[in-house]
Design a protein around this ligand. Structure first.
Ligand code: NDP
Ligand code: 8X3
Length: 267
């Protein structure tokens, strides 16, 4: 297995959910982590959680850790991303693992009732954000002959459901982009994995339903969803497997989530 202490891991969307849990998992394993998100106060909260993880909740060294570098940026803002990457401290410059996790669903309306703004916003982050970050970091990985790109896909890319329209479409792009990257990267030692989670209770539904807490909570009523830590463990496992192993795609659901029959409109 790869030694996580030798890895520099760049995680987008590290201010909540999967991204935050993945950052903490790699930090606990001894990796260097670059954590990116738009909310500054959440990046500060992540730094505090890391300090607590390192030193307990009592008094310990405070301030930016030698193993955590945070970036406040929007993955859709390519100029901002370029500037942030250009300003990476030397210890964080050679990224070994890129976790393209930042993303969201906006709304659950049927296609003909959806907002075009919501669709464009999802494309901007879920597709263009992934392209921006990958385009910026991949050449370095290829030059070093060492690297791993992890995509946060979704079961929504494989199984259509009413209201999944553009969101599922963005995640289908992510899946095919990951597989096509594998084709291009043959012979470079750079690995690519698409992780496809099912229902997981993070801030995902709160964002999807634009802050409606009751509606978000209802999604997980009476069932046990995945946790962010479950997915963090999957990302940690796939990226620390021996260097000759590539997990192409991995689909994970809660036991209580499965498939519905086809819908048939009669009459
Ligand atoms: P959360 O809403 O809890 O976290 C999303 C993260 O993405 C936040 O840190 C948010 O930070 C960040 N983010 C969103 N937009 C941008 C942006 N433009 N630039 C930078 N960061 C951004 O959701 P999850 O952890 O659940 O979602 C993570 C990924 O997993 C997403 O791609 C989602 O589609 C996918 N997914 C989620 C599932 C679920 O059921 N939860 C299932 C399958 C896939 P900030 O707002 O601070 O920028
Ligand atoms: C998030 C999972 O099923 O809500 O990607 O689309 S789902």
């Amino acid at each position: 297995h790869l030694d996580p202490r030798q890895l520099c891991v760049f995680i987008t969307g590290a201010t909540a959910g999967f991204g935050q849990a993945t950052a903490l998992r790699f930090l606990a394993g001894g990796a260097r982590v670059v954590a990116l998100g738009r909310r500054a106060e959440r990046l500060e909260a992540l730094a505090r959680l890391h300090q607590e993880q390192e030193h307990g909740s009592g008094e310990g060294p405070r301030g930016e850790s030698e193993r955590l570098h945070t970036i406040q940026a929007d993955v859709g803002d390519v100029e901002g991303m370029k500037a942030a990457l250009g300003a990476l401290p030397p210890a964080f410059r050679d990224v070994d693992v890129l976790v393209n996790n930042a993303g969201f669903a906006a709304g659950l309306g049927l296609a003909h009732e959806s907002s075009l703004e919501d669709w464009h916003a999802m494309v901007e982050t879920n597709i263009k954000g992934v392209l921006n970050t990958t385009h910026l970091l991949l050449p370095g990985m290829v030059a070093r002959k060492r690297g791993h790109v992890v995509m946060m896909g979704s079961v929504a890319s494989r199984y259509p459901y009413p209201g999944g329209n553009c969101y599922g479409g963005t995640k289908a792009f992510v899946h095919q982009f990951a597989m096509n990257l594998r084709a291009d990267l043959a012979g470079t030692n750079v690995r690519v994995t698409n992780v496809l989670p099912g229902m997981c209770e993070t801030e995902f539904s709160l964002v999807r339903f634009k802050g409606d807490e009751a509606r978000a909570k209802k999604v997980y009523d009476g069932m046990t969803p995945l946790t962010a830590e479950d997915i963090a463990e999957v990302v940690y496992w796939t990226t620390t497997l021996p260097a000759h192993v590539n997990v192409n795609a991995l689909e994970i659901m809660p036991v209580q989530q499965a498939f519905a029959p086809f819908a048939v409109s009669r009459g």
